[in-house]
Design a binder for this molecule. Structure first.
Ligand code: ADQ
Length: 453
């Protein structure tokens, strides 16, 4: 059997203790089989480390490399998170492109390929992940790699009119054609990619989404990522008997809880979510003093200016809403800007009557699936889900909302808070089936099946 080689920007070594909020690490970490090689950046910046450092854990080999300060600023802070991330989340107003940073991105992608190449065996299946590494496949091919190479994008892809704004958009598209298989969470993202390929590279994809570019066949697939729902449900059930959940229950005095958990990122629509909660309290005053919102926003990418600006504006917004509605014994929004452990998060989801997952754009959004997995069958909560999250393609029985419409979201929260137990159970049962079916193993196997020769 061929060996699986995973390549991602950050490698999640199981010995790392601190809780980390990030979908890719969580999802890939639980789908790993012994024998796999996982290659990527160590998270360290320095001069050394040009040859990979190897770690072994539970039969998996982790190979990590360091990057220099300048490389980090150009490829990661600059091009990946300052240009690609906003572009692929439809935020052209935040697109911050600089040629020098793109050169740095190309350079680091080539460096990843150079450092990986000596570790590869002839029949390895190489699976490269996400937008920081679009061009690793092309660089591997330039070095003569003949292995099957696959790429998976964890965030949305955009239609041609949006990609056109990126000065190196065509370059990136050509780079993606070096892969044998390119995967997306949803058909929407895949079709957007195919539409770009058609518009900018002049190729006509076949009915099944494959196409030939410069003599190479490229297949495209939709492969929605999932979670280990059974494990998450067990964590939630255990956690609900623990001290932290007892404390949160006591602090609520039988009031309802609505929960949001996200990286502190502008794609997650946190200002819109807070404004919707404001609308709820304004338009449905019967909920004042009866419901609290807990927003756990894990600080993220703090060396990108936009993220600091977002944090400051959220501080102000929460202060404003709480100032207007708080009573001496109740505040509407409890707001934390740090990561919780998975155990606490799972327990808190289970306590919450409403799960608020309202990104403005999201590749998939695993919080939506975790919230469903954490509910008790006897008294399940209600998921409110943005139609612009990839998860909305699967989780149709959630209350699907347009996060740009504060009134619509406020109405959905009101509907969730007043929903009869029978309807809550019905919706949750249907969602449960979908979430349980999409395991990380299924995600990996589907991709591997497409990648195998
Ligand atoms: P992310 O943008 O990081 O992932 P998401 O899919 O929601 O988004 O995953 C976040 C993960 O971090 C979840 O497992 C969640 O529990 C955890 N998390 C979030 N906030 C937390 C907090 N405050 N404390 C602790 N843990 C927290 C990217 C894409 C997504 C895609 C994933 C996987 O943007 O669209 O679903 O990759 O492909």
């Amino acid at each position: 059997m061929s060996r699986l080689v995973i390549v991602s920007n950050r490698v999640q070594i199981p010995t790392e203790k601190a809780p980390r909020a990030g979908g890719l690490a969580v999802a890939l970490g639980s789908g790993l089989v012994p024998g796999t090689l996982w290659f990527g950046w160590s998270g360290k910046r320095g001069h050394g480390g040009r040859t990979p450092t190897l770690h072994e854990a539970q039969g998996v080999t982790y190979a990590t490399i360091d990057v220099t300060d300048k490389e980090y600023h150009d490829y990661y802070v600059g091009f990946s998170n300052g240009a690609l991330w906003p572009l692929l989340h439809y935020r052209l107003d935040f697109l911050d492109y600089a040629r020098g940073q793109y050169a740095g991105y190309r350079h680091v992608n080539a460096y990843f390929a150079e450092a990986l190449q000596p570790l590869l065996k002839e029949d390895d299946l190489v699976w490269i992940h996400d937008y920081q590494l679009f061009l690793v496949g092309e660089a591997l091919r330039a070095q003569g790699a003949r292995q099957r190479l696959g790429f998976f994008l964890h965030i949305p892809f955009v239609p041609p009119e949006i990609l056109d704004a990126m000065p190196c958009g065509r370059d990136l598209l050509r780079g993606l054609c070096a892969y044998d298989v390119v995967g997306f969470h949803t058909d929407d993202h895949r079709h957007a990619f195919l539409s770009c390929v058609q518009t900018f590279l002049g190729v006509s994809p076949a009915e099944d989404g494959s196409f030939v570019y410069e003599g190479r066949e490229v297949r495209t697939i939709s492969d929605p990522i999932g979670i280990d729902a059974e494990e998450f449900a067990n964590i939630a059930a255990r956690s609900s008997r623990g001290a932290e959940v007892r404390r949160i229950r006591e602090s609520l005095f039988s009031r309802a809880l609505a929960i949001g958990a996200d990286r502190l990122d502008y794609s997650k629509g946190l200002p819109n979510r807070f404004r919707a909660f404001d609308r709820l309290l304004d338009r449905f005053p019967e909920h004042r003093g009866q419901v609290s919102m807990l927003q756990v926003a894990a600080r993220s990418r703090e060396d990108v200016d936009r993220y600091l600006q977002l944090r400051r504006s959220l501080d102000r917004l929460v202060g404003d809403i709480n100032g207007r509605y708080s009573e001496f014994d109740w505040i509407p929004i409890r707001y934390m800007t740090r990561a919780l452990t998975r155990k606490s998060l799972a327990g808190f989801y289970r306590v919450a009557r409403v799960g608020l997952v309202t990104p403005l754009r999201d590749g998939m959004n695993l919080v939506a699936k975790e919230y469903i997995a954490a509910q008790s069958s006897a008294d399940p909560g209600v998921l409110i889900l943005s139609r612009f999250a990839g998860a909305a393609e699967e989780l149709k029985e959630a209350l699907i909302v347009n996060p740009f419409d504060a009134d619509e979201v406020a109405e959905a929260i009101n509907q969730a808070l007043t929903m009869e137990l029978g309807e809550r159970k019905e919706r949750w049962q249907a969602l449960r089936e979908r979430v349980w079916a999409g395991t990380p193993q299924r995600f990996t196997e589907t991709f591997m099946a497409a990648l195998r020769p």
